[in-house]
Design a protein around this ligand. Structure first.
Ligand code: NAP
Length: 252
């Protein structure tokens, strides 16, 4: 049931055309916000824009490119004039074997997962309103070893660290802006469900059943509800912090 916690708010969501970002965009719309969704895929962006309805803005952009992020923020500024909520959520999880990882791949994953979050924040800053809420998507991987996948884990640890330091920035604090993190565990989205082969999906399903204390996948709605909490004034005394939505995985 909608409580209109975000009535008249303007929310910008990177990766708002799929998975956790899209489900969060729907929840924000139900709660009365206008949303701006950002992604690279024009087809899924347009589909999401139509589904979300209202004055939703869908902007095609690559968050690893600073010039793209600057263009996005100019468009948001021209259209809405402000940002009340920034959900810097876009990310990828790809892992070539470490011996085959070249510097182009290193730049690719860090460019999207780290640079994309940092510059979404800095470029949104001039538009952020008094008491705005910023949420980054990290991962349970930031606090656990993840054999075979060092760069994803390192990128998500960087995101967790960025939130701590940015939340304590003097300008940010003086403007009442809060910066927090959601750290999902195994959430069933295109990122995790679209495995190359059925055998790989089976292997991931077994990992979830055997390793996650709650023995099941999380759903994107379960992450979106925590994002809503952090986006709203319900979390008004919380900054630099984190909510783990991981079925207990980060605690073992
Ligand atoms: P998803 O459905 O694949 O969503 C990823 C989103 O990021 C898509 O909307 C994608 O849109 C966007 N994106 C990727 N690269 C981009 C780029 N260069 N520029 C702009 N947008 C880009 O996966 P998800 O599970 O919802 O993932 C959302 C976030 O949660 C990610 O940061 C991920 O690391 C994190 N996470 C997920 C899980 C999980 O189990 N699912 C667990 C922990 C953390 P385009 O493809 O159109 O660019």
């Amino acid at each position: 049931m909608s409580t209109l916690k975000l009535k008249h708010k303007v929310a910008v969501i990177t990766g708002g055309n799929s998975g956790i970002g899209l489900v969060t965009a729907h929840l924000f719309r139900e709660e009365g916000a206008s949303v701006v969704i950002i992604g690279r895929n024009e087809e899924t962006l347009e589909r999401a824009r139509r589904e979300l309805g209202g004055d939703t803005l869908a902007i095609q952009a690559d968050v690893s490119r600073l010039d793209d992020i600057q263009r996005v923020m100019r468009q948001v500024g021209d259209h809405f004039g402000r940002i009340d909520i920034l959900f810097a959520n876009a990310g990828i999880s790809e892992c070539p074997p470490i011996q085959e990882t070249d510097d182009a791949f290193f730049d690719h994953i860090m460019g999207i997962n780290v640079k994309g979050v940092f510059f979404a924040f800095t470029q949104a800053l001039p538009l952020l309103t008094q008491d705005a809420s910023v949420i980054f998507t990290s991962s349970v991987a930031h606090e656990r070893g993840r054999p075979g996948d060092p760069l994803y884990s390192a990128s998500k640890a960087a995101v967790r660290s960025l939130a701590r330091t940015l939340a304590a920035d003097e300008e940010v604090l003086s403007r009442g802006i809060r910066v927090n993190v959601v750290s999902p565990g195994a959430i069933y989205t295109p990122l995790t469900a679209n495995q190359d082969t059925y055998a790989m999906l089976e292997a991931v399903n077994s990992y979830v059943a055997e390793t996650v204390p709650m023995k099941r996948w999380g759903q994107p709605e379960e992450v979106a509800r925590s994002v809503l909490f952090l986006a709203s004034s319900d979390s008004s005394y919380m900054t630099g912090g984190e909510i783990a939505i991981d079925g207990g995985l980060g605690q073992i």
